[in-house]
Design a protein around this ligand. Structure first.
Ligand code: HEC
Length: 451
């Protein structure tokens, strides 16, 4: 698993009257790799790109575009402290990201600039939508949204990638102290899915335990089978985040659990990773994989049964080892150093973030597919952590809830390792208990080094 979290002073600037950048930054600064990858931080250099996790930038579109039919696109930028806002977005063909995909219409909130800096009617030049000065909302706290119309390309355009950069600024009228974010989002052409194989499900496993057992709402799960997307294709849901949510169709495949679409975070021909929808149900429900969903050539798999429980905790592991994916506060990874060179054992007194899924209800509840905020969202269950069969003191369980800025199915438990019941130079078993009866399976470990 890739944990994204592992994650100059300001340029001397010309007088605002000369350039008035806040009225519109120069084009080609969305971070699109095909344009050289530059973003606003080419000048707004106060902080590293995407470095402040409290900010969020996302694009919202209709999931599949209808060729030539206008649709509204919304860009949202939020940050709790920022006080002025700007953005720039461009649309490109996934098959050739140097080429523009469709055209934008100017309005009060935004301007349309061409690659050479001129405005509107860009012809074959690439186009950039960006804030105009009044919609930077000087003094406005919390965030800003911009809406505009996009006319998608003609039939046969295929997948389109939007690249966007945003500036959560401090309203200083300078390029100092601002926070720059970039992201991208892919949309497909409606009706373009042409999978021919009938999907089959051979197993549905908990993404942590890798066992076919109970799952809970919002748990991350892995479906194995055949025909789960085109052969050779690898699709990441994080490339398709739309409106700050994971997609409910990826690689031309959708999954229904009890009739509800499940968010998908990964797919390849024999595996599709989903999040169980947020449902109040427990007991047996049916899951179906659907190729070309919503199209006339839709193909549904035979249903498979999933057993839903109120919670189904299971640690994510550093495969192929039994070690839990656990991270020290400085970002280094815990594990058995005889198995991986880049990990280190944990010691009594260390603080460790343990990653798992299936922890059950939180306050507030985040829907499946939603990205958890940077603030602590706690689990509501009575959670104990057992080390070698003995519960560690409650005061050593520092947090249990959602992992920040990740899809709402990823949980984090932060513990301080007590100086009791430890077996040094060995794998020490860790289990999590919710209430009295719900216990994560045996076999997940922390490797403990001597103090
Ligand atoms: C070529 C350098 C340059 C680039 C690239 C650039 N800016 Fe700026 N920007 C400036 C300068 C200089 C200022 C301050 C003067 C002004 O407001 O015009 C500024 C000011 C701003 C402000 C107001 C800041 C505040 O705190 O009041 C916003 C908002 C802004 N830019 C947005 C953007 C966005 C969004 C991008 C990327 C898409 C971007 N800028 C790219 C130079 C740049």
């Amino acid at each position: 698993m890739h944990l994204k979290k592992y994650l100059m002073t300001a340029l001397a600037f010309a007088p605002a009257s000369l350039f008035a950048f806040s009225a519109g930054p120069p084009p080609l600064r969305t971070g699109a790799p095909a344009d050289g990858g530059l973003a606003c931080n080419a000048c707004h250099r106060g902080a590293d790109l995407n470095s402040d996790p409290r900010g969020r930038l996302f694009i919202q579109t209709i999931a599949d575009y209808k060729p030539g039919v206008r649709q509204t696109i919304k860009v949202t930028l939020t940050h709790p402290d920022a006080m002025r806002w700007g953005f720039q977005l461009t649309a490109r063909f996934a098959s050739d990201p140097t080429r523009k995909a469709g055209t934008f219409a100017p309005n009060d909130a935004i301007r349309v600039r061409c690659a050479d800096g001129t405005e509107n009617n860009c012809g074959a030049q690439t186009e950039f939508v960006e804030h105009n000065s009044t919609w930077t909302a000087p003094g406005q706290r919390g965030g800003q949204e911009w809406e505009f119309e996009w006319t998608p390309p003609a039939v046969g355009g295929g997948e389109v990638i939007f690249y966007v950069a945003g500036n959560a600024a401090n309203n200083s009228n300078t390029n100092a102290g601002d926070l720059i974010y970039t992201t991208s989002s892919r949309v497909n052409e409606d009706g373009a899915c042409r999978l021919t194989a009938t999907p089959t499900i051979t197993s549905i496993k908990h993404a942590g335990t890798l066992l076919e057992g109970a799952l809970a709402f919002n748990t991350l799960a892995s479906i194995e089978g055949t025909g789960l997307t085109a052969t050779g294709a690898v699709n990441n849901g994080t490339d398709n985040i739309n409106g700050n949510k994971l997609p409910s169709k990826l690689g031309c495949v959708a999954v229904e659990v009890d009739g509800q679409r499940a968010p998908i975070y990964y797919s390849q021909f024999n595996q599709i990773n989903i999040q169980i929808p947020t449902t109040g149900k427990t007991g047996d429900v049916q899951a179906v994989v659907i190729a070309n969903p919503g199209q006339s050539n839709e193909i549904r798999s035979r249903p498979a049964t999933i057993r839903l429980a109120a919670a189904a905790p299971g640690f994510i592991r550093l495969l192929p080892t039994p070690c839990i994916l656990a991270v020290f506060p400085d970002g280094s990874i815990s594990g058995d150093p005889s198995l991986f060179s880049y990990v280190k054992g944990a010691k009594a007194g260390d603080t460790l973030h343990l990653y798992l899924t299936g922890l059950g209800e939180t306050t507030p509840i985040y829907q499946a597919g939603e990205i958890a905020p940077a603030d602590a969202v706690r689990a509501t269950g009575a959670i104990t952590v057992e080390l070698n069969g003995t519960a560690i003191p409650a005061s050593d369980v520092l947090f249990a809830g959602l992992a920040e800025n990740w899809v709402s199915g990823l949980n984090r438990i932060t513990i301080r390792i007590p100086n009791a019941n430890l077996r040094p130079n060995a794998h020490n078993e860790v289990r999590v208990r919710i209430g009295t009866d719900i216990l994560s399976p045996a076999g997940s470990t922390l490797y403990i080094s001597p103090n």
